[in-house]
Design a protein around this ligand. Structure first.
Ligand code: IPM
Ligand code: MG
Length: 356
């Protein structure tokens, strides 16, 4: 029996998580999944009810569960709030509180969607790369930070920091993942300009000595952005800092045609994980039954694989998603002009039907 905390969050998070829940309910009823669900608030919807984007009850539930499934956070209506009360704080707070330092963001091109990418088919077909993003340190969390009045004008500042141990642990995670894949790891930094990256590179090289079977390379982040668009199949696993990983993972996601297809895992040292689609809350399309629920459904599969040790059921979900794509069903974000376009709910129902 596993306990999973469901945090739909804001915007399309609400609709897509409902589809993921349909899949969970089906597997509970028919395949002995044995997942017990609790529900909680995070982000703007939590702020509306409790005046906090990360209420104490959510934190308590997070500490008491085996895994978290999160939708997305954020929306226009909360943009004017003080920084500490904004929806994003809820997400960043959960990551920090649960020490989810290893963020795995796979970018896989489903062969059925090869023509959905804005890039040429031959550039992206067969793409299967993994970005390992450090998630609880770096400039996102570094002190000091703020906006102040200095010398008669406003002054904004953040600090990019990494300790040796913070780099070491993400390096070990990335090398271990590379060992299970094609044994190539590219560390992305800006060591030609930033001291923090100079240390990053040194420590990655030191840790690499423990993994002689993995071929390690290094790339500056500007070049990595270019290479991802130019020749993405050169990469197997990429390891990088929090901010660079944020930017590069959106870029990698788009190679696959739609950010609406990609799940992610954020893990701590014990393998506890929070699972969420890579895409955001997309307030512009929220409530219209047009969002793609596949990333959130695939997040359930990733949870079963990485945290809950239920690989056969993870495979079953992946297979069902593939079947639905094979049958030609598309939400609007992954559709070609001739495809039959369906909504969020119908896509969820079709995946459940394909589980049988
Ligand atoms: C992501 C998102 C978050 C981030 C935001 C919502 C705080 O962009 O998960 O990539 O910047 O990490
Ligand atoms: Mg992002």
């Amino acid at each position: 029996m596993s306990k999973v905390l469901i945090l739909p969050g804001d915007g399309i998070g609400q609709e897509i998580i409902i589809q993921a829940l349909k899949v969970i309910d089906h597997l509970n009823a028919n395949d002995d999944l044995g997942m017990e669900l609790t529900h909680g608030l995070v982000g703007g919807s939590a702020y509306n009810e409790t005046k906090s984007p990360l209420p104490p009850a959510t934190l308590k539930a997070a500490h008491e569960c085996d895994s978290i499934l999160l939708g997305a956070v954020g929306g226009y209506q909360w943009e004017g709030l003080p920084r500490d009360l904004r929806p994003e704080r809820g997400l960043l707070g959960l990551r920090a509180e649960m020490d989810l330092f290893a963020n795995l963001r796979p970018a896989i091109l489903y062969p059925q969607l090869a023509t959905a990418s804005t890039l040429k088919k031959e550039v992206v077909s067969g793409l299967d790369l993994m970005i390992v993003r450090e998630l609880v340190a770096g400039i996102y969390f570094g002190q000091p930070r703020g906006i102040e009045e200095r010398m008669g004008e406003r002054y904004g500042f953040n600090t990019a920091t990494y300790t040796e141990s913070e780099i070491k642990r993400i390096a070990h995670s990335a090398f271990k993942i590379a060992q299970k894949r094609n044994k190539r790891l590219c560390s992305v930094d800006k060591a030609n300009v930033l001291e923090v990256c100079e240390l990053w590179r040194e420590v990655i090289i030191e840790v690499g000595k423990d993994y002689p079977d993995v071929v390690l390379s290094h790339m500056y982040v500007d070049n990595a952005a270019m290479q991802l668009v130019k020749a993405p199949k050169q990469f197997d696993v990429i390891v990088t800092s929090n901010l660079f990983g944020d930017v590069l993972s959106d870029c990698a996601a788009m190679l696959t045609g739609s950010i609406g297809m990609l799940p992610s895992a954020s893990l701590n040292k014990d393998g506890f994980g929070m699972y969420e689609p890579i895409h955001g809350s997309a307030p512009d399309i929220a409530g219209k039954d047009i969002a793609n629920p596949l990333a959130s459904i695939l997040s359930v599969s990733m949870m079963l694989r990485y945290s809950l040790n239920q690989t056969p059921l993870a495979n079953k979900i992946d297979l069902a998603v593939n079947r639905v794509l094979d049958q030609g069903w598309r939400t609007q974000d992954i559709a070609n002009p001739d495809d039959s376009i369906i909504g969020t709910n119908q896509m969820g129902d079709l995946v459940v039907a394909a589980l049988q």
